[in-house]
Design a protein. Structure first.
Length: 105
C-alpha cells in the first residue's frame, strides 16, 4: 500500500510540474537535495526506524520560507541552495552529536 501511494503521489507531482513549467524533461532538478534536507531537518533518521510525518512537512515549509526570504532579499538563487545545504549539514551534525551524547550517558 505504501509503494502504491508513493507511486501515485510521484506521478501526480510529475504531472503538476510538467503542467506548471510546460516542459517534461527527465533530467532531475534540485528536488533530491530538497527532499533529503526536508527528511533530515524533520528529524527522520537516515538509518531508518525513527521519524514521523509532521516533522518533514514542517521542514518543507521552513526550507521554502528560507528560499522565499532569500529571493525577496535579492540573493542569488544558487546561494539559496548553498544555504539549504548548510542547514542540512548543521542538522545532521547536531543529530549525530545528540546521538553520541545519548550513547555515552
Amino acid at each position: 500500500m505504501a509503494y502504491a501511494l508513493t507511486g501515485l503521489f510521484a506521478a501526480a507531482g510529475g504531472l503538476t510540474l510538467t503542467a506548471s513549467t510546460g516542459i517534461g524533461t527527465p533530467i532531475p532538478g534540485p528536488y533530491t537535495l530538497l527532499a533529503v534536507a526536508a527528511i533530515v531537518l524533520g528529524g527522520v533518521s537516515l538509518a531508518g526506524g525513527r521519524g514521523g510525518m509532521i516533522g518533514p512537512i514542517v521542514a518543507v515549509f521552513v526550507l521554502q520560507l528560507v528560499r522565499t526570504d532569500l529571493t525577496f532579499l535579492g540573493v542569488d538563487p544558487n546561494f539559496s541552495t548553498v544555504v539549504q545545504g548548510l542547514i542540512m549539514v548543521a542538522v545532521v551534525m547536531i543529530g549525530a552529536f545528540v546521538t553520541l551524547r545519548r550513547k555515552n550517558a
